[in-house]
Each structure stands twice: as structure tokens, then as C-alpha cells.
Write a protein that binds this ligand. Structure first.
Ligand SMILES: [Mn+2]
Length: 355
């Protein structure tokens, strides 16, 4: 990872926007631009300089991880350190990330000598396109998830609770080398699968249940995200039908993904299949999202969205159908956007597994 190239691109953008600097406070962006993996830091980039700011807890770690950026390790609060850094660099017209600054921080860093200009997505847009190293981490995170899926499917047994299965997924991911789950693992049995984001509870697994598993893990800061729905014994006929509709919609979504296509176009390709089968009202979320240092990032694949998918982006394709009181089906893959199509990352099957 050459973080200095990334910082140079932001510095060029600062000049282009006729600014003196950009204050980066969103942690995934700080990490992307410096390599710093701690939980608290800021980065001020000007047209020609950079200052990395953090507090005493990260003095040693930042020296190790960010040796190539001048550092300002402060004791106490960020606002005075920020004002000092601006004064030291002689800059006053500073953009900040409106998605990463609370109103309190904004008020605290406001001062007569500094003009603060809200921006969005300046660093995020660079992050949409993954380089080889980032792609390797995403593939590694997905590969662990595939292994975990195989393991868990072999462990499902009557009477196990959703929470227990979720715990086994998290444990297996850590054992396989992940640093943690990518998000709160979703395990839903039977009628609970009708909730798109069900929180695992004490519902025991019974014969005839549909089992929806949505999980991922983190490798080197990069997230995987996969959903599979399997049947534990013979599922209700209605859900077998629904499964095939979702599978066809997911396939249509994957086939629509290609560099230059909008997220809205990919979304429509999948949504049309579900609508034509008569389930439009039972699919009420977007098709997918970018994945990387954050599990949900751009570009977005949703109705009416204007994001254009660039070559090198990694996005999810995850349609679903949810029938209250009965259950639900979602199938989700991460795919790499290529010049002429998409490369599906999971090796896990999308055939309905009846266990
Ligand atoms: Mn997802």
C-alpha cells in the first residue's frame, strides 16, 4: 500500500478546490491515507504538507505505522491541537468531512482565524477503486467466510439456537485468522428469516426451518459480506419457490454489474425479476453496496442512485424476499467490478442446500 500516493492525490484535490487543506477525521479514511490502525487520529492535508494528529495513547503505534508523516501527539483535546497545526502551517481555509465531524467538534474547532467548509466523499471516492493489495485482503476475508460456511452447515443440529450458531460462526472466523466479525452476525431460523436484519436469539432450530446466515469477517481491516439461505429439512413449498426467484434475481444482478454501469441499473436488473414474479412488495431494500475498509461503503446499488460502478470496485449483490410469518430468502455475493462484467468472490454454492 503506497499511502503517500493517496495523500498526494488528496493534496492535488485540495488545490483544485481552491482550499488550503482538508481535515480528515473519518477513521477508515485516516487509515487509508496513512496506514494507521488505531481508534483515534486525525489527518490534516494541505496542498504541500501533511500533519498526523493523535493523542498520547497512540504515540508509539503511530511512530511505527506512520513514520513518513509529521506527527503531532497531543495531550487532552483535539481542537487546540488542530488550531495549532493550522497556525503552524499557515493555513486557514480548511474543508472538513461533514460525515465525520459531530456538531460539537465543529463548534469546538471553529475559530475566527479558520474558515471551515463542509465536504463529502473526497477520500471515499478514491477508496471505491481497490488496488491489488486491497483486493487480496478482500479475497482472503471472503475465503475465510466460505470455509466457515462449510463448517457451520456441517454443525447445524436440531435444538441449536440462533445465538449459538452466530457464536460458532464468529469463533470459526477468528480461528481461521480473521481479526473479528465484519458486523453483527445475522442468523435467522424459520419465520425470523422474514426480518432482513434479524438479531439472533434463543429460537431453537427445528426440522423444516429455513436458515438465513449473513456474516463476514475482517482481514487487515478489509471486510467480507455474504448471505446464504439453506433449508434444515424440507422447507415450506412457498419458500422453495421464493428461493428460485431470489436466485434468478441475484444472477441477473451479478450479470448486470460491469464497469460504467450505474448502481441503479444493476439494481433494476435484479428488481425486475422479483417484480415480475409478483414479490415487489416483499423486497424493500437496495441491491448492494461497496465493501472495503468499511462493510458498507460506496458505490451504492439502489433504485434511483447515481453512482457509476468503476473498474476495480468491490460491491455486494444481495436481493431478498421476505414473507412475514413464513420466512425469507436472501442470497448475497461480493463481486469485483471488471471492465466487462463481474467476478464473483464466494465459492459457496447458490443452489438450495437441503440439509
Ligand atoms: Mn451486505
Amino acid at each position: 500500500m503506497d499511502t503517500s500516493d493517496r495523500r498526494r492525490r488528496i493534496s492535488a484535490r485540495v488545490a483544485e478546490l481552491d482550499l488550503d487543506g482538508l481535515l480528515v477525521t473519518r477513521l477508515p479514511n485516516v487509515r487509508y491515507l496513512t496506514g494507521f490502525t488505531g481508534s483515534y487520529a486525525q489527518l490534516l492535508l494541505t496542498r504541500t504538507d501533511a500533519v498526523f494528529l493523535t493523542d498520547g495513547r497512540y504515540a508509539q503505534q503511530s511512530m511505527r505505522q506512520v513514520p513518513d508523516v509529521p506527527r503531532r501527539v497531543y495531550t487532552g483535546e483535539f481542537p487546540p491541537a488542530f488550531r495549532d497545526a493550522c497556525a503552524g502551517l499557515g493555513v486557514s481555509r480548511i474543508a472538513f468531512e461533514s460525515a465525520g465531524v459531530t456538531h460539537k467538534t465543529f463548534t469546538d474547532i471553529s475559530s475566527p482565524g479558520i474558515e471551515l467548509i463542509p465536504t463529502t466523499n473526497e477520500v471515499e471516492l478514491l477508496r471505491w477503486v481497490k488496488d491489488d493489495e486491497e483486493r487480496d485482503h478482500l479475497r482472503a476475508a471472503q475465503s475465510i467466510a466460505d470455509d466457515v460456511f462449510d463448517l457451520i452447515v456441517g454443525k447445524l443440529a436440531e435444538g441449536m439456537s440462533e445465538a449459538e450458531v452466530g457464536f460458532e460462526i464468529d469463533l470459526a472466523s477468528r480461528r481461521a485468522g480473521a481479526t473479528g466479525p465484519a458486523f453483527d452476525t445475522i442468523v435467522a431460523f424459520g419465520e425470523n428469516a422474514a426480518e432482513p436484519h434479524h438479531r439472533p436469539g434463543d429460537r431453537p432450530l427445528r426440522r423444516g426451518d429455513i436458515v438465513k446466515l449473513d456474516f463476514g469477517c475482517v482481514v487487515e481491516g478489509y471486510h467480507s459480506d455474504m448471505t446464504r439461505t439453506v433449508a434444515f429439512g424440507d422447507p415450506p413449498t412457498r419458500l422453495r419457490e421464493v428461493y428460485e426467484v431470489v436466485r434468478a434475481a441475484q444472477q441477473a444482478g451479478v450479470e448486470a454489474v460491469s464497469a460504467g454501469v450505474t448502481g441503479a441499473e444493476a439494481d433494476r436488473a435484479a428488481r425486475d425479476v422479483i417484480r415480475e414474479a409478483g414479490f415487489a412488495e416483499s423486497y424493500r431494500h437496495s441491491l448492494g453496496h461497496g465493501v472495503g475498509l468499511e462493510v458498507h461503503e460506496g458505490p451504492s446499488l439502489r433504485p434511483g442512485g447515481e453512482d457509476v460502478l468503476p473498474e476495480g470496485a468491490v460491491v455486494t449483490v444481495e436481493p431478498g424476499i421476505y414473507l412475514e410469518g413464513i420466512g425469507g430468502v436472501r442470497i448475497e455475493d461480493m463481486v469485483e467490478v471488471e471492465g466487462n462484467g463481474a467476478r464473483v468472490l464466494p465459492r459457496t454454492t447458490k443452489e438450495l442446500l437441503v440439509l
